[in-house]
Design a protein around this ligand. Sequence first.
Ligand SMILES: [Zn+2]
Ligand SMILES: [Zn+2]
Length: 201
Amino acid sequence: MNAQTILKKNDFKKCMEFHGHLCPGLSTGYRAAVEGMKYLKEHKRSVDEEIVAITETDACGADAIQVITGCTFGKGNFIYKDYGKTAFTFFSRKTGNGVRLALKHNTTNIPDSHFKLMGKIKNNTATSEERKEFYKNHEKKSMEVLEKPINDLFSIKEVSIPIPDKAIIEKSQVCKKCNEPVMPSKLNENKICRGCQECQS
Ligand SMILES: [Zn+2]
Ligand SMILES: [Zn+2]
């Protein structure tokens, strides 16, 4: 699909609204999520926990995954693994099918100069010219990601791993130190919460 067409699509607009800006990372997550849903033959966002998504990055792309699949942190069907990889896995509890999409090496080819500019923008030392330059390139890269054939972007593999447990709902217990209600499984053997344990050390 043409990038301009995707930019006008409601689901993509929702991703941008949620994430806050257009960027190559968000576009990558969007492509992965749309492809993952297609693979699972799911046409609607997950209302409950029918779909499970695993993200191996906490960068921009993870936001598009939540918007498109309806797997969210709060529902417990959005699982974060701190691997530092742009890779996403999608499961259907209904069918047991799963697919993992991992970004191929050198697909987005972001030049060092772009990373340098990003650093300058982050620490507020970029001139207005440099800013303009950065956002122009950023948009260009986003478009490239939106248009690239899916198999050039990701390695796509069918996966079957044990389906993650559903979110547990426990009745709270009170921490002996701060008196705040806590999930019992997060208390230590002395019934002290993790927050209080951190303060002690
Ligand atoms: Zn971003
Ligand atoms: Zn406490």
